[in-house]
Design a protein around this ligand. Structure first.
Ligand SMILES: [Zn+2]
Length: 341
């Protein structure tokens, strides 16, 4: 079985985007804005948006199940206030849940949180609880920078975030550390801000002692871990200077990397530098990089091809495709076991 731990609903019907535009147009007077009930998307529309896109490519490329969350760049937590985000997150999560109901063998949800700059993360807990308890979601996306490129929140190791971690531990769900749109002209959203955030999140964890307080907390750092695997020597050296334990003991029981790296040498490096037990298959397909690589003739985000060609043995490949995801996403494992898988 091949589990893709990083998929977003980037192909949602246009009416979702139109609803969001109206919400943003009425930020100053939400009473004049659209009601949740104004958004009407039928099951046929949802089915079509998936069958012609993600599901078509999953079948073509040979993956089976995608952990599916709302479109990351559309989370845009910087817009409006907590209520703006709460309404928007509720809508987006419900759509992902409906997709998981329409295609239960191919999609399972991960939640976007209703974060808002400067707002206590505790306020995200009711949405998180609903998504896990009622929707059967198996993870969350946690935005370390709801301000969209200005980094106004404390680092992830700060007690500010602990209420979310306590809930994650209680439910045994991991968080993918995932930023959203950049509002800072210096940082291109997917080319710089995403990768900066991946690297930054790792370094925050390196300098802190978060996992001493939460030994079972799990983070998935997407996009291959940003610059982390490439600069593993630097991080090992910094940990040494900071008198931290070896990275394997300090961070690798809790931090995992996905395979959203869009060329063979990148995957080769990832699988050579980072222990195989810490790598989860993912493609983030129909996402940031949708084109075809002229050097190979295949889509950049067809990451399964790189895993197939990587210099690893079949047992290691199975861990990347399935075993590690089932270990990190305990609720996914339980859901699969309940189906006899
Ligand atoms: Zn993503």
């Amino acid at each position: 079985m091949i589990i893709d731990c990083h998929g977003h609903y980037t192909t949602a019907p246009k009416s979702l985007e139109d609803w969001r535009k109206r919400q943003i147009d009425n930020l100053k007077n939400p009473a004049l804005g659209p009601k949740v009930s104004d958004l009407k998307i039928g099951d046929d529309e949802l089915r079509e948006s998936i069958e012609n896109n993600q599901l078509r490519l999953m079948k073509q490329r040979g993956s089976d199940l995608t952990i599916f969350s709302p479109r990351a760049s559309f989370m845009a937590h910087h817009i409006g206030d907590f209520n703006t985000s709460a309404t928007w997150a509720g809508i987006c999560n419900e759509l992902c849940w409906r997709v998981s109901q329409l295609f239960p063998d191919n999609f399972i949800g991960a939640a976007m949180l209703p974060q808002s700059p400067g707002v206590d993360p505790r306020t995200s807990i009711p949405e998180l609880e609903k998504c896990v308890r009622d929707y059967g979601f198996v993870g969350i996306n946690l935005n370390p920078d709801p301000s969209g490129g200005f980094w106004k929140e404390p680092p992830l190791t700060d007690r500010w975030w602990y209420p979310i971690y306590e809930k994650m531990v209680e439910y045994d769900i991991p968080a993918m550390i995932h930023v959203s749109t950049s509002c800072n002209a210096c940082f291109h959203t997917t080319g710089a801000h995403y990768l900066n955030a991946d690297t930054t999140a790792f370094m925050q964890c390196l300098t802190g002692d978060l996992f001493q307080d939460f030994p079972t907390l799990k983070f998935v750092i997407p996009h291959g871990g940003g610059a982390v695997p490439y600069h593993w020597g630097r991080f090992r050296g910094l940990a040494q200077e900071l008198k931290k334990p070896l990275l394997g003991d300090h961070l690798l029981n809790n931090i995992f990397f996905d395979t959203c790296v869009y060329h063979q040498p990148g995957i080769d490096l990832l699988s050579r530098v980072i222990p195989i037990d810490n790598i989860l298959f993912a493609s983030e397909m129909i996402g940031a990089v949708r084109g075809i690589d002229p050097e190979t003739g295949y889509h950049y985000d067809d990451t399964k091809r790189y895993i197939e060609a990587a210099c690893i043995n079949p047992e290691q490949r199975e861990k990347i495709y399935e075993g590690n995801a089932r270990r990190v996403y305990a609720r996914l494992d339980a859901a699969l076991k309940a189906k006899g898988m």
